[in-house]
Design a protein around this ligand. Structure first.
Ligand code: ADP
Length: 466
């Protein structure tokens, strides 16, 4: 039976050396070859370790007064033929005669290459973590911090000693204590949490805006045993966003007042032109009115997006007839976009609950996109059907469609698809962001089915009210 570990046995009187089969395997020495200390053992030692190991054997292990025959040393070898580098730990015993002269040296060698490589990898990883600009923290399922890097120390003001073993709640502001549980249950469902924006507490009691990326730490059985979190300081970015937001709000308000006056005068002039049967003025003023309405919808979008960022989008939930709202919207859209037939198809007469005005804005955005991104003369279809106890409201077009890779990002703020077909189409990339956010506030979500060059269908559900 093969021994537990590769062994060697050297007779120091005759200088005969025996290496078992597995020991030869490690040094890559053929079976049957006579092995010697100089030609095989020393020759296979890595040049950087050779002198040290030889010195250790001759001047320490073989000296009874120093070592009492104990031998335990780690070194690298290079395989005699395969030239492979291996890390070896060798442990053994030297036997002495009555005059303390070494006569026999027996021991075993262990291949520790994997351990050495794992240690090297760990050292490398911890150096990366330690030098990271982002805070990298791990905690167990009881919420106790297990690791805390240098950036975490700088960002939150607590040292690793102050945090390791302590509850993560130490850095969570009072209003956000539920977040930990919510994060855990989302991660458990397999959700990836990236760029989750929140606030945390510093040691001095001030709050810091951070963006968190959270991933589960799993054991060998694939069970979640903790969470690792990467936190980035986004205070500067938040401040810039707030300033931009303030600017958008002020500018939108300033634009809204004169625009309302322009619209009322245009309406006055329009009705006079109609009474006077002045075709030219009626036509020209209708165009002015249309453009003013477009501008007003745009300003409303800006105001809503600014409100969303401040978390101030208030909904007025009511029960209303979806059919009536869709009819109104379709009639308005027909006036605003005579370039495209806009029709209602499969529209059931359903009562739904939601914020009527905000749902009108959602539809306005979806229809104006359908018009913008489909060829002149192509039909835009609006539908409303009861599906699974919910009213499914949809806007479909037969336009340029959206490639799969862009579909997930459509609803990000300021996202616009970039390709040659779209380079002359104006827009800010906030319409679909608003649609998604308004629906999120309704506990609903916007969905898209689309194929490049074949058209798009955007749809969402609202609860049916009996
Ligand atoms: P905007 O239209 O101002 O660029 P949106 O947020 O409304 O911004 O839309 C984001 C992007 O989604 C658009 O730039 C466009 O590329 C794409 N998109 C939206 N609706 C449609 C549609 N019906 N057909 C094709 N592409 C669309």
């Amino acid at each position: 039976m093969a021994p537990e570990c590769p062994t060697f046995d050297r007779d120091l009187v005759s200088q005969n050396m025996h290496w078992d089969e597995r020991c030869r395997e490690l040094f890559d020495i053929p079976a049957g070859k006579t092995v010697t200390y100089d030609d095989d053992f020393l020759a296979c030692l890595h040049p950087h370790d050779r002198e040290r190991v030889n010195d250790h054997i001759l001047n320490f292990a073989f000296v009874k007064a120093l070592s009492d025959g104990k031998y335990d040393v780690t070194y690298r070898i290079i395989g005699a033929r395969d030239k492979k580098l291996r890390w070896i730990r060798s442990r053994g015993k030297v036997f002495f005669n009555a005059d303390s002269v070494p006569i026999r040296f027996i021991g075993a060698v262990f291949d520790i290459t994997d351990i050495k490589q794992a240690n090297k990898k760990n050292a490398l990883l911890s150096a990366i973590i330690q030098s990271s600009y982002d805070a990298i923290i791990s905690k167990n399922l009881d919420g106790l911090v297990e690791s805390w890097n240098g950036a975490a120390e700088r960002m939150f003001g607590f040292t690793a000693e102050e945090m390791i073993g302590q509850s993560i709640f130490k850095i969570i502001p009072p209003g956000k204590q539920d977040e930990e549980q919510q994060i855990l249950s989302r991660v458990k469902k397999g959700e990836r949490l990236e760029h989750f924006e929140t606030t945390r507490l510093r040691k001095d009691g001030t709050q810091i805006d951070i963006s968190l990326t959270i991933s589960p730490i799993k054991n060998e059985d694939d069970e979640i045993i903790g969470l690792s979190k990467i936190a980035r300081d986004i205070s500067d970015q938040k401040l810039a966003e707030l300033r931009k937001n303030d600017f958008i709000t002020i500018a939108s308000h300033e634009l809204k007042t004169p625009l309302t006056t322009i619209k009322s005068y245009v309406q006055l002039l329009l009705s006079k032109a109609r009474t006077d049967n002045d075709k030219f003025k009626t036509e020209a003023l209708s165009r002015v009115e249309k453009q003013a309405n477009k501008m007003s919808a745009l300003i409303q979008n800006f105001l809503n997006s600014a409100k969303l960022l401040e978390g101030k989008l208030d909904l007025v939930i009511e029960r209303f007839k979806a059919y009536d709202l869709l009819t109104e919207i379709t009639e308005d859209a027909k006036l605003l976009s005579p370039s495209h037939p806009i029709i209602m198809k499969d529209c059931e007469d359903l009562f739904v609950t939601g914020d009527r005005n905000k749902i009108a804005q959602v539809m306005g955005n979806l229809i104006s996109n359908a018009v913008k991104y489909s060829p002149l003369g192509s039909t835009i279809t609006i539908s409303c059907k009861a599906i699974g106890g919910q009213a499914q409201i949809a806007v479909s077009d037969t336009g340029i469609g959206i490639e799969k890779k862009d579909q997930a990002k459509l609803f990000d703020r300021f996202y616009r698809v970039e390709n040659d077909k779209l380079k002359n189409v104006a827009g800010f990339g906030i319409g679909l962001y608003l649609v998604a956010e308004i629906l999120r506030f309704h506990d609903s979500r916007i969905l898209v089915e689309s194929k490049a060059n074949a058209g798009s269908k955007f749809y969402f559900n609202l609860p049916i009210s009996q």
